[in-house]
Design a binder for this molecule. Sequence first.
Ligand code: SAM
Ligand code: SF4
Ligand code: SF4
Length: 381
Amino acid sequence: MAERVIPLVDHRTAPLPTPRTSSPAPAGTLLDARGRPLRDLRISVTDRCNFRCSYCMPKEIFDNAYEYLPHSALLSFEEITRLARLFVAHGVHKLRLTGGEPLLRKGIETLIGQLAALRTPAGDKPDITLTTNASLLARKARSLREAGLDRVTVSLDGLDDAVFRRMNDVDFPVADVLAGIEAAQHAGLSPVKVNMVVKRGTNDSQILPMARHFRGTGVVLRFIEYMDVGATNGWRMDEVLPSADVIRLLQTEFPLVPLGATAEGETAERWGYAGPDGRHDPTLGEVGVISSVTQAFCGDCNRARLSMDGKLFLCLFAGQGYDLRALMRGDGRGGVPDADIEAAIAAIWQGRTDHYSELRASLPADAAQGMRRVEMSYIGG
Ligand code: SAM
Ligand code: SF4
Ligand code: SF4
């Protein structure tokens, strides 16, 4: 029988760059080779998930025979907190927990508690958020909040139960996700954001129902263009519905006005629901679109991603990560002190040139498709 190759991760690890100076950059001033600051660290805490969204973990690949990482390969909470502390010292002020499904990681509240005790060089608590499919949110929202979580982003790809069950491909009911969103709002994890990945011909029928449902509820709904991440989802450009079309569709029913960005490096373009006077009515709230395919936002991309096994990726479309776990654990030779890890983080970020989304348009389609890329379920989006 032919051996099946599962292209989850490119296991080549990038060699760690040599620190540029003997002393790391001063706290909070780290810029990459394109002048972009490091502000946002996404931490993937597990490679497991109880959903099989076809655009992320298609069933045919992530089946019963699929080998997940052993627990010993995962960073411990202490290792994650140690790295997060060093990133926060370098200017990161937002930590996002993701996965796989982060709420499947046992004791996640303990990790959140440890991260919530960190302080930026200015003495502030970093913003701590989490992206989840919400399957466990109804029962966990309160304990997450009590542990120190600030906000949640819920992924939800439709309101129609049949469409949603098809999208998650494990027959999970939409009612349970809606209960999770409500529990998060009650627990004060607000404003709750809801992300919907739009696949043309699969769930675009859900755009207007989702907008009708969440308008005026305090939930910020965002439509994400289906992306060519990883190598397993069989991505095709004709399944991408451009954000401009989403906005046009929304405007057939709701007058919208453009809003400015609220945060540096924000990926969503924000639109406010207008009231009868044609101005944004804050009680009706806002929607957003994330145009990762049709409108590159690499210019102010300030995000780094840490995989559950301790590799640092500088771009969603990177094929290689830098092995910080090996530095910390020393692969049996004893780990290195904080100062060395800090210097490595600084050198890695200072050498960063990634801007895949800007290049995508100019790459021949087969070149873009053929590139080895890390899976979304490994670095968490
Ligand atoms: N399991 C959690 C969840 O779904 O919210 C966290 C991990 S998931 C990988 C993070 C985000 O990536 C989700 O919002 C998901 O919709 C998004 N995502 C995954 N694959 C994608 C793709 N091909 N295009 C666009 N977004 C994608
Ligand atoms: Fe799981 Fe999230 Fe990927 Fe869906 S998008 S398969 S919920 S990790
Ligand atoms: Fe950032 Fe890479 Fe996405 Fe560009 S393609 S916005 S550099 S993650």
